[in-house]
Design a protein around this ligand. Structure first.
Ligand code: ADP
Ligand code: MG
Length: 344
């Protein structure tokens, strides 16, 4: 077992920022910590890095009791959202920083440090920019340097706290692929904090969903997406359409039409059920939930629709280009029939 976090609680006066959090990461695993702002993500990273101490619980890495180790002895690499590069140092000096500040007995030779810097510059594809200063780099380049600096100490664990949060969407997507590749090349156990579900689902081997300082669910991206254990996880992971239904024996009855229910528990009676944009048919005639087409947007291989019910509720659906949705126009009236719903 690589990283073991067990029953971690962290209070700030009488407020529990983390409440009995437990999870494990396998050696070399890429875990995403996903949760809304204030859910305790940064607090958790700070405890792992040794920048703060939990009130109760255990943090072990490969049999080492991390809570007895100083921040430096934990050999944890960290990257933050804001560019924490030293402005008065060049890119190469920034990358070398963690090695240069080591006690002399642990410090590699000048030549070794230089070789490490060169290797990392190559890894982050900024080979020719070692002499530049941070102010001469783009936001994305700075975050790549920050990652190289974190990797220079040959960390046991890499902790990334919303590292792409300040970058624009296109750069973020690029860096996402790039980060995953770097991870696969270096094999370092990685915890990636984000509040962006798409980023988490796209990048991670497994996702830990946090809410109010507690773990809601842990699972592989598709597992979470297909089998959310709570309404919170369902709503947080993607677009959530909600309608009332009457449940019995795994079927949601909408009065005149019905759909199978996916649910972690056996539910019956009147419930709010949820469905994803893909899990619905659009028909020209009822029965179904009546709605008008508000917008029609091509989204890659699909068509994305916004629909509005007579009472003002907005639904979002997605369909293949060659489906029943392809010849709809704005303001057309359609009838929505969910093909699969979730209930919690
Ligand atoms: P996230 O990174 O998920 O946005 P944080 O871990 O930063 O969340 O914060 C979790 C909760 O703990 C928040 O409600 C925050 O206000 C609180 N918190 C974090 N650090 C401190 C602190 N040093 N003192 C008091 N409250 C804190
Ligand atoms: Mg945070």
């Amino acid at each position: 077992m690589s990283l073991v976090v067990e029953n971690i609680t962290k209070r700030f006066s009488d407020f529990a920022a983390l409440n009995d959090v437990s999870f494990e990461a396998q050696p070399g695993e890429f875990l995403a910590l996903l949760g809304p702002s204030g859910s305790g993500k940064t607090t958790l990273l700070r405890l792992l890095a040794g920048l703060d101490r939990p009130d109760t619980g255990r943090i072990d890495f490969d049999g080492l009791d991390y809570l007895t180790l100083s921040a430096r002895d934990r050999r944890v690499g960290m990257v933050f959202q804001s560019y924490a590069l030293f402005r008065h140092m060049t890119v190469a000096q920034n990358i070398a920083f963690g090695l240069n500040v080591r006690a002399s007995k642990d410090r590699p030779s000048k030549a070794e440090i230089q070789a490490t810097v060169q290797r990392l510059l190559k890894l982050i594809q900024l080979e020719d920019l070692g002499k530049r200063y941070p102010s001469q780099l783009s936001g994305g380049q700075r975050q790549r340097v920050a990652l190289a600096r974190a990797l220079a100490i040959n960390p046991r664990i890499l902790l990334l706290d919303e590292p792409f949060g300040a970058l624009d969407a296109l750069v973020r997507k690029d860096l996402r692929r790039w980060l995953r590749r770097i991870h696969d090349e270096t094999g370092v156990t990685t915890l990636f904090v984000t509040h962006d579900q798409e980023e988490a689902l796209d990048l991670a081997d497994r996702v830990v969903v946090l809410k109010d300082g507690q773990i809601e669910q842990i699972g592989k991206p598709l597992e979470l997406y297909r089998h959310p254990q709570s309404a919170f996880v369902f709503d947080f992971l993607g677009t959530s359409n909600q309608v009332p239904a009457s449940l019995s024996d795994g079927v949601a009855d909408f009065g005149g039409f019905s759909a199978p229910v996916v649910s972690p528990k056996a539910l019956s009676g009147a419930q709010t059920v949820r469905f994803r944009p893909f899990d619905t048919h659009l028909l020209r005639e009822g029965p179904g939930f009546e709605a008008k087409v508000l917008s029609l947007l091509p989204a890659g291989a699909n068509l994305r629709l916004e629909l509005q019910s007579p009472t003002g509720q907005v639904f979002e659906t997605q369909h293949a280009h060659d489906s029943e949705a392809s010849d709809l126009c704005l303001n057309d009236t359609v009838y929505l029939r969910p093909s699969k719903v979730y209930a919690f």
